[in-house]
Design a protein around this ligand. Sequence first.
Ligand code: HBI
Ligand code: FE
Length: 267
Amino acid sequence: MTDTASKKNVKDTGLRGDYAGAAPDYSVHQHWERYSEAEHDLYRRLYARQSRLVREYACPEYLHALHKLDAGGGVPRFDDVSRRLRGTTGWELVPVPGLLPDHAFFKHLANRRFPVTVWLRRPDEFDYIVEPDVFHDFFGHVPLLLDRVFADYLQAYGEGGLRAETLGAIGYLARLYWFTVEFGLVMTRAGLRVYGAGLLSSPQELPYSVDDPTPQRLPFDLMRVMRTSYVIDRMQERYFVIDSFAQLFEATAADFAPLYAELADAA
Ligand code: HBI
Ligand code: FE
């Protein structure tokens, strides 16, 4: 979700989660029984509002998966959902305290494990939160783990991230994540739709990203995406539009080493 985690050791970045008790892979226990009724109610209200909005703006694959998951009755039990995911695309959820250092994050994705933050925002953060909480991670990211092509892309992305580390090219791949997994748009027969989690979980930016004339909407181009910087704490000034998840998956098939070299020369 942000490159803060990749810059410094997350234990001292002032992030909200409790990293002290995390395992070496940054996993923690979800302790689902510890969520209060007030937290389940806040989650239900976030889910009710957002699931009305996504009907109009989300891509069909996301809507189909959200319906299948049917996880709007409160904060979901990650173990239950992992069982569902393992049986379809082989993914599972890993409870984490929040943003992870890049290596840990990529390692999980490369092994079909999606890190999901365990804490929920406060009521006064109902409309906006800068760090990913359980609502952003679950409502935004988890449903598309049920889509075979997207799920394959995400694993390929994780493997690419581990390779990028050895080439000092994390920043370029963080941009690819940002402009696809977090803020990606897709052109469908019915028009422009959203698949990016940062948009799907945002009440303001979801309609804005499709309806507002202000932001640029550019055709997905791998090199252009990796050359484009982004801001994390306000609405995006540009979005990239893919034709299909297959297009995304194919984009990761290339060997990125020469691309990184070209980007570094141009920088
Ligand atoms: N950690 N939990 C979590 N979730 C993310 O989306 C995430 C992260 N760490 C790093 C990160 N995203 C991005 O910087 C990577 O794309 C590089
Ligand atoms: Fe995210």
